[in-house]
Design a protein around this ligand. Structure first.
Ligand code: FMN
Length: 180
């Protein structure tokens, strides 16, 4: 796909066959994450956690569904892979990094989503479930994050029966004003 085809055919895919992505696909996804622009070029402020352990995936899914108040919901959509993006939110002097950390994380996730689109894999931004588990100390400990890193968001990934084709994108989905 060329860049525009990828951009205009990308969509959130929340249904997975259950088959795991290959090691080669994972490598391309991770390379795409590492290709993301990061504020001040401080890549050391970012951390990725590849989660393919079914027990931990289930624990996050169940905990998030509980916080959402609907035990029948599956906020991770039974995806076989979840890549968590965590950021440092303050510098070594404890000064807040302001609006940068979550922006960095969003861009890293979106690079992975675009790569997944190109590979024909299903992918979806996962923010709600990550916010939901942010106070679940037992799960946070299992994530084994480096010190001072905060989980921001994630991408769910897996093989899917869904396909991608270029979509009609209305130009006015996002309001705009013009100052000419
Ligand atoms: C910041 C952000 C957070 C999102 N969080 C979730 C989420 O937690 N769960 C989910 O299923 N989709 C999530 N999405 C996907 C959006 O719902 C989706 O992008 C939007 O509805 C447009 O649909 P499309 O991606 O198919 O074009 C998120 C997207 C963004 C950009």
């Amino acid at each position: 796909m060329n860049t525009f085809d990828t951009l205009f055919s990308r969509r959130s895919v929340r249904s997975y066959t259950g088959e795991q992505i290959t090691a080669e696909e994972l490598e391309v996804i991770l390379k795409s994450a590492n290709a993301a622009p990061i504020g001040l070029g401080k890549y050391e402020n970012m951390h990725l956690t590849v989660i393919q352990n079914p027990e931990l995936l289930n624990k996050i899914d169940v905990a998030a569904a509980e916080v959402f108040g609907d035990p029948n919901r599956h906020p991770l959509y039974n995806a076989p892979t979840l890549i968590l993006v965590s950021s440092r939110t303050s510098d070594p002097n404890n000064k807040s990094l302001g609006n940068i950390p979550f922006s960095n994380a969003a861009i890293v996730v979106h690079n992975m989503v675009l790569a997944a689109t190109e590979l024909g894999l299903g992918a979806c931004h996962i923010w709600g479930a990550i916010a939901a588990i942010s106070n679940k100390q037992d799960i946070i400990e299992e994530l084994n994050l480096p010190e001072n890193f905060v989980p921001c968001c994630a991408v769910s990934l897996g093989k899917t029966d869904k396909t991608y084709s270029v979509r009609e994108i209305p130009l006015d989905r996002i309001t705009r004003n013009e100052i000419l």
